[in-house]
Design a protein around this ligand. Structure first.
Ligand code: IVH
Length: 665
């Protein structure tokens, strides 16, 4: 490939990837599969690493987050970031409208928008490129968080279309969608970590992280609602937002057309009723004078514009009676108290239960059975108990005491930091079920013929308790079960048979040792070629590995020490599952180098040649012995023969240093 061809291809890929990003994250209408998207991205990354001078800071490949920062720079806002006056009352809105009319000497038209409940951000675009992102800070200056913001897929790095000012600023709100937030919290709970408090704190905490790659994993999103520029290209807010939409920004889809006070009141009513149907949190409505000349005429007070106001919704609360407290045991053994309430209507749904989090929360509320409690629905789907009306407490009401024994298996609970756990995972039913579900999951044994309901069925029938019991199942046992016909039984058994080819590292992930996720399982498989060697490893041997910390090491040792688990491993082995590394193919780490051929020559500073060969092969590449037209890269160390180098140059083979190779990986 010539330089010119590479440049053209990089541009074409950049354009395609930007389009797909926009379709997926802004329009919600993807037109290619994730896999095809990844392939295009890999091609772009490869070309950019081969021709680093064509790598632009706005390239879609830069969204994964680069270097870890030691601190954020501080920078002034070109236009100060003011806040809005706000109110909870309709009378004050009418008064706002009157002030506007008086100021202008005539009635104004307004745009009503949702008030997104996240964290404010200011984005600077120069010639269509995102060059800077700054947090609100004190309104005059804020933290430069550009690297973090670039990982937010719905924020365009390069604008689409035309007609944007050379220099302008977009304001918006960074947030996380409710279901993404809940998924992240489920993962945290499953890993035995404290859940995040709410979506807003999560979003603002995420923007302040110094590791952009971590921010990139957090599924942040952003709505933009305000264009600021010295150029006066638009006559009104709604026109500027239409233009912003055409440039690729995600703007408020629910915004009203320009309207009067009555229209705004109807808008407020509507979203007060329907806000729980949105995929994200709002805490009110923002009302803005639409016409820009009118805005200029009205001007600003010291703190906020006179042309806009926020109407805030009251948190959705209701008052009801606490009937009982029950306790749920999760897959990890964490025990969560739940308030069972007298059913009450809250924001359009009947609420019967509310989360109580942990013992400290019960203490904070000083909960008694029969208490009159206030429940509030914030960002979370499950409402919270906010407080107790002590005056209404029935005489002799019994104080709620956290249970001592596991409600499912009777074992004594242990408190680790703020959370109570049932540690008897070998006999505790929800934990056993959780382990079975984990084992069949796609990323573990990929047994899609065994769903959650089937697991419960098999468990209740006493057929499966340990993961190895799946492999004892036979046709006759299964056919006797409800909803199990000939076809589903055959499917299930075939799936189990096929799973015997699943790699060692995935089996290690599947057996469900606490804190051993996919990545840790890969690391373990890499360092311990058979399960016997792993089972015999000591705490010291395990922590000697870079990625393995004390807690993980402890869990691994403890897991293999249990007699019952030894039996599980022996049974899995007897049934022919992969419990050692397949040395022919060796562990595949990624397919980053798929389809690429390398020649290694010379000596290197940080790697032996064999190690480099292994790295290339583990990432899908091939290692050839001599330079030819088929070679993509010559990995060149010290003391390489001059003829090889010459040949590579003649054939246009890209030459990589050890550093460049590491970067490529
Ligand atoms: S307009 C100069 N529109 O709410 C005024 N703000 O309480 C620019 N917010 O500071 C702000 N959704 O962080 C505007 N649709 C929206 C908004 C919105 C959320 C935030 C923003 C603002 C705060 C005011």
């Amino acid at each position: 490939m010539t330089e010119q061809e590479a440049f053209a291809r990089i541009q074409a890929l950049t354009h395609q990837l930007n389009e797909h990003n926009h379709r997926y994250y802004v329009l919600d209408e993807p037109s290619i599969s994730d896999q095809d998207f990844d392939l295009l991205m890999q091609e772009l990354q490869l070309l950019e690493s081969a021709w680093p001078r064509f790598l632009s800071p706005q390239s879609p490949s830069q969204r994964v987050g680069g270097q870890v920062l030691s601190k954020f720079e501080n920078a002034p806002h070109r236009f100060p970031m003011l806040s809005l006056g706000n109110t909870y009352s309709r009378e004050e809105l009418a008064a706002f409208d009157e002030r506007v009319q008086k100021g202008l000497g005539k009635p104004a038209l307004y745009v009503g928008e949702l008030k997104f409940d996240g964290v404010a951000i200011s984005l600077t675009y120069e010639k269509g490129k995102l060059v800077r992102a700054i947090t609100r800070g004190d309104g005059q200056k804020g933290d430069v968080v550009t690297a973090n913001v670039k990982t937010i897929r719905s924020i365009p790095l390069q604008l689409r279309g035309s007609g944007y000012p050379d220099f302008f600023e977009m304001r918006g709100e960074v947030f996380i969608q409710r279901n993404d937030f809940e998924k992240l919290n489920e993962l945290r709970l499953a890993a035995g970590e404290e859940p995040y408090a709410n979506p807003r704190n999560f979003a603002s905490g995420s923007l302040k992280l110094l590791n952009p790659a971590e921010v990139g994993r957090r599924k942040l999103d952003c709505f933009l609602y305000y264009l600021n520029s010295d150029e006066k290209r638009f006559a009104s807010h709604h026109q500027s937002m239409e233009a912003a939409k055409s440039w690729g920004f995600r703007v408020c889809e629910q915004a009203t057309a320009p309207t009067n006070l009555d229209g705004l009141m109807a808008f407020i009513d509507y979203w007060e009723q329907h806000r729980s149907e949105l995929r994200f949190d709002i805490d009110g409505i923002v009302i803005k004078v639409d016409d820009f000349n009118e805005r200029d005429e009205l001007g600003y007070t010291a703190k906020s514009p006179r042309w806009a106001i926020a109407y805030k919704y009251k948190p959705m609360t209701a008052s009801t009676i606490l009937e009982t407290v029950s306790y749920q045991v999760g897959r990890t053994g964490a025990v969560t108290p739940v308030a069972n309430l007298k059913p009450v209507l809250l924001a359009g749904t009947v609420v019967k239960r509310a989360s109580l989090f942990n013992e400290a929360e019960i203490e904070r509320l000083d909960l008694h059975v029969g208490d009159q409690v206030f429940v509030e629905k914030g960002g979370e789907i499950i409402p919270k108990v906010m407080g107790v009306d002590v005056a209404k407490r029935p005489v002799g009401a019994e104080k709620v005491q956290f249970i001592k024994l596991c409600p499912d298996c009777g074992s004594t609970l242990e408190k680790i930091e703020a959370i109570h756990y049932c540690l008897n995972d070998s006999i505790c039913p929800p934990q056993q079920l959780g382990r079975l579900e984990h084992f069949v999951a796609r990323k573990a044994m990929d047994l899609n013929s065994i769903g959650k309901e089937t697991i419960v069925q098999l468990f209740e029938a006493g057929l499966v308790r340990q993961v190895s019991d799946f492999y004892e199942l036979n046709y006759d046992d299964l056919l006797g079960l409800e909803r199990m016909g000939d076809k589903s039984v055959r499917n299930l058994l075939e799936g189990l048979e096929a799973s015997k080819q699943i790699s060692y590292e995935r089996v290690l992930f599947g057996i469900g040792i606490r804190l051993v996720g996919e990545t840790v399982a890969k690391t373990l498989a890499k360092h311990f070629p058979t399960v016997e060697i792993l089972a015999a490893a000591s705490q010291e041997e395990l922590v000697a590995i870079n990625e393995i910390g004390e807690k993980i090491a402890h869990n691994v040792v403890a897991w293999f020490a249990q007699e019952q688990n030894k039996l599980v491993i022996a049974n899995l082995k007897r049934h022919g599952l992969q419990l050692e590394r397949n040395t022919d193919e060796d562990v595949v780490v990624s397919d980053k180098l798929q389809g690429l051929s390398f020649v290694i020559s010379g000596v290197f500073e940080r790697h032996e040649r064999d190690e480099l060969k292994q790295l290339i092969e583990q990432n899908g590449g091939k290692v050839l012995s001599g330079v030819s037209g088929k070679t993509d890269y010559l990995l060149a160390g010290d003391g390489m023969g001059p003829s090889k180098l010459q040949k590579a140059q003649d054939l246009g083979v890209k030459i990589l240093t050890e550093n460049e190779f590491e970067e490529l990986l």
